[in-house]
Design a protein around this ligand. Structure first.
Ligand SMILES: N[C@@H](CCC[C@H](N)C(=O)O)C(=O)O
Length: 277
């Protein structure tokens, strides 16, 4: 099976072009095997680029543990790059179907190859039951959560997938590796959750690390950065446009007056190969 390794701000996935490749058998098992950094290709998960009846392509994304997620912000930028660069649709405005509906993306090619992508990520989902979380509020903002023997203040937002944001003084391993896994599986989040730890640098700049549902710490999370930007604005910590610094690179987020969140960031193809596992 032919695959392509791509990343967006260091959030790396194995991509398979399901227009030309036949994906057979248990996809969750394939995702687990192919994502393994010792015995597989290695990555934060598996993304299938599939035909769509409603859009130029459809994205299906699986975390490294084989669970399927509704959305992936860095992934959908890479899917748009793949669709353009590999000639599936040679248009600078693309529609990609995801678990949260059809998204519109603008690709920016340089010498015929896409380097940056801007995505309309849609409106944040603020209703607790739809995030889903048992925490109170629309959305829950700075609400206490008992975790790892302490009480932290968290905000919860969905960008199609669930996020729990904690604003901290310093983004360090204690938060990300110590608290992150416990937030992911906390009873307040019935479908588990992605846990973001965010330091506000200024009204236009934040720093973030993430513990992702199903993949552990990753270098960046696009939906997480959008959720963090919305939570920061709603908590009065920033304006509606911020630059987010992540371990793997920067993403620009804008929560427009229309209520839609726009994310701009890199998309990179690294190598291709044949999976024989
Ligand atoms: N890294 C992604 C999000 C991937 C899915 C997530 N782990 C989940 O289970 O919801 C992004 O860039 O948004």
């Amino acid at each position: 099976m032919r695959f392509t390794k791509m990343h967006g701000a260091g959030n790396d996935y194995v991509y398979v072009n399901a227009f030309s490749e036949k994906i057979e058998g248990d996809v969750a098992e394939l995702a687990r095997k192919i994502s393994d950094r010792h015995t597989g290709v290695g990555g934060d998960g598996l993304i299938l680029i599939c035909p769509s009846e409603r859009a130029d392509a459809r994205m299906r994304m699986y975390n490294a543990d084989g669970s399927e997620s509704e959305m992936c912000g860095n992934g959908v930028r890479c899917v748009a790059k793949y669709v353009y660069d590999h000639g599936i649709a040679r248009k600078t405005e693309l529609k990609i179907e995801t678990g949260r509906g059809v998204l519109t993306l603008q690709v920016f090619p340089e010498n015929g190859v896409v380097t940056q992508v801007r995505v309309n990520m849609g409106e944040p989902i603020l209703e607790a039951a739809k995030i889903p979380t048992t925490l109170a509020g629309t959305p829950p903002l700075m609400v206490p959560l008992e975790v790892a023997g302490r009480t932290i203040q968290v905000s919860a937002i969905s960008m199609g997938n669930p996020h729990c944001i904690t604003f901290v003084d310093e983004v360090n391993d204690d938060w990300v590796l110590g608290v992150g896994p416990k937030v992911e599986t906390h009873a307040a989040f019935p479908r588990r959750v992605n846990a973001e730890f965010v330091k506000v640098i200024s009204p236009t700049e934040i720093q973030m690390r993430v513990w992702e549902r199903g993949s552990g710490e990753t270098q960046a999370c696009g939906t997480g950065a959008c959720a963090a930007a919305v939570a920061a604005a709603l908590n009065g910590l920033t304006g509606r446009k911020v630059l987010c610094h992540l371990p793997g690179g920067d993403l620009t987020l804008e929560w427009a007056e229309s209520d839609e969140v726009y994310m701009t960031g890199p998309a990179v193809e690294v190598f291709s190969g044949d999976w024989t596992g």
